[in-house]
Design a protein. Structure first.
Length: 264
């Protein structure tokens, strides 16, 4: 016998809206950078095209002689979308602060990879292993722009599927070291990677420091180019890809905040 009483309605919990729903939408990324550039005091420039996508380069419109010179890049591996989202998020939150710095920014160095969620470009090249011989035209053009300036600080944003937390490479002869303070800032959003060896390097509390030589790797990553160009402090920042993208983005933003504050 069917009860005459109506059953209580089942309450359906709706998921919270995604904060980064366009993380692989390169045209949307370009649109947002165009929108923020002027208010952050940045000149917006397309320096090359690759596979139908414009490659972006932004730099401070006016040189500030007493301000630090800072290099920022992201997205050289297309399957690391938190890096490109975080770089844009930092500028959007710090537009006024950016006006008082000397910035050179490369928001996404591998648009095809970002759109297709691939580490490499469409021909299978890992662009972050092409900075010694510059065998790829895009890398050669990027290198030309990098070498136009000297830098007090370079921050290169990455992610790692094997990571168990946040970690960084501190490629710098400058002391005192700054890695501990950067990792501490990141730890509010992602714990430090606890491994004692990361890739082939010794690590402690998420920090890798090693002496860099020209022949250490046959194919230089972007960080080596900046190091041998004389950049005073070079950091490669890594977040763990298995964490939620919100945590990864916020950890990267925290790293940028901390590193820039330490030299600003």
């Amino acid at each position: 016998m069917t009860s005459s009483r109506s059953k209580p309605a089942v309450k359906i919990e709706r998921p919270a809206p995604l904060r980064h729903p366009h993380s692989h939408d390169y045209p949307h990324l370009v649109k947002r950078w165009r929108s923020i550039a002027s208010s952050a005091g940045l000149q917006f420039e397309v320096f090359a095209k690759t596979e139908g996508h414009p490659l972006l380069h932004l730099f401070s419109k006016k040189n500030k002689p007493d301000a630090p010179s800072i290099y920022l890049s992201a997205g050289i591996h297309g399957d690391e979308p938190a890096s490109t989202e975080a770089l844009l998020a930092w500028i959007e939150r710090n537009a006024e602060r950016a006006r008082h710095l000397n910035l050179r920014i490369f928001p996404c160095l591998n648009p095809w990879g970002l759109v297709h969620n691939k580490r490499t470009d469409s021909e299978g090249h890992d662009l972050n292993r092409c900075y010694r011989d510059c065998s790829q035209p895009i890398v050669a053009e990027h290198r030309r722009l990098v070498l136009k300036s000297d830098y007090d600080l370079a921050l290169i944003l990455h992610e790692d599927y094997d990571a168990q937390g946040a970690y960084l490479y501190e490629t710098s002869p400058a002391k005192p070291h700054r890695g501990e303070k950067i990792i501490a800032a990141m730890s509010r959003h992602m714990p430090p990677d606890p491994r004692r060896r990361i890739d082939t390097s010794r690590a402690k509390d998420g920090i890798i420091r090693r002496r860099i030589t020209a022949n250490m790797m046959p194919d230089w990553p972007e960080a080596f180019l900046l190091h041998f160009h004389g950049t005073r402090r070079v950091f490669t920042i890594e977040t763990a890809s298995e964490f939620h993208i919100d945590s990864r983005v916020e950890a990267h933003v925290a790293a940028m905040d901390a590193a820039i504050r330490l030299i600003d």
